[in-house]
Ligand binder design. Sequence first.
Ligand SMILES: CC(C)(COP(=O)(O)OP(=O)(O)OC[C@H]1O[C@@H](n2cnc3c(N)ncnc32)[C@H](O)[C@@H]1OP(=O)(O)O)[C@@H](O)C(=O)NCCC(=O)NCCS
Length: 191
Amino acid sequence: MISIRRARPGDAAAIAAVHVAAWRSAYAGILGERYLAELSEPRLAHFYHRAILDRREGHAVFVATAPAEEAPAQVVGFASGGRARRRGLAEGEVETLYVLDDFRERGCGRRLMRAMAAHLRAIGCNSAMAWVLADNPSRFFYRHLGGRPAMQEGIRVAGQSVDQLALLWDPIDTLLAATAPVPEGRLREGG
Ligand SMILES: CC(C)(COP(=O)(O)OP(=O)(O)OC[C@H]1O[C@@H](n2cnc3c(N)ncnc32)[C@H](O)[C@@H]1OP(=O)(O)O)[C@@H](O)C(=O)NCCC(=O)NCCS
């Protein structure tokens, strides 16, 4: 069974491993091969260790964990965010959301989005947004959860020009409603 909880500093290395695996899978063909090959788990672990401890601007990291045989539960996905980094679009922002390929389509993404939405509302955010690369098929996931395209702009990632799209939930209750727990009778097998 998948569980969602607030990340602890000891999760940083596992979160970094999910980041690298998810980026290599999600951004193949969108970002350069070399850049993806050179992603460094130790460097990212350091980054996430700091991110977990740094609670400024209501920043929070959540993990999805799955039971592992004769080992502590394995981190299979994570999300992070806080008050929006850029003013004007929304009050809160989901900055990252990644689930390992083998654990997709089991409700992890929705439950992580719900944890983020509940957290953002608890810190006083009345609206939320997320940036997604415009070519990333995951934009349809955000659309599926009611995210409304609000803005598109060009940015540079890894020396490359790409477009990013802002998805907006205003009010934030629209995201809470879209991520409400499914009644037990409707739970999918393995979910
Ligand atoms: C996007 C992502 C987080 C979704 O996670 P997930 O655990 O597979 O999503 P869930 O199982 O919770 O899906 C919830 C619903 O969204 C739907 N969904 C999932 N991915 C979808 C997609 N790419 N397009 C459209 N719908 C999608 C599911 O079918 C499910 O539908 P339901 O309402 O019928 O139950 C995951 O695919 C991922 O990590 N992608 C790569 C990383 C990435 O691009 N992240 C976003 C960066 S900004």
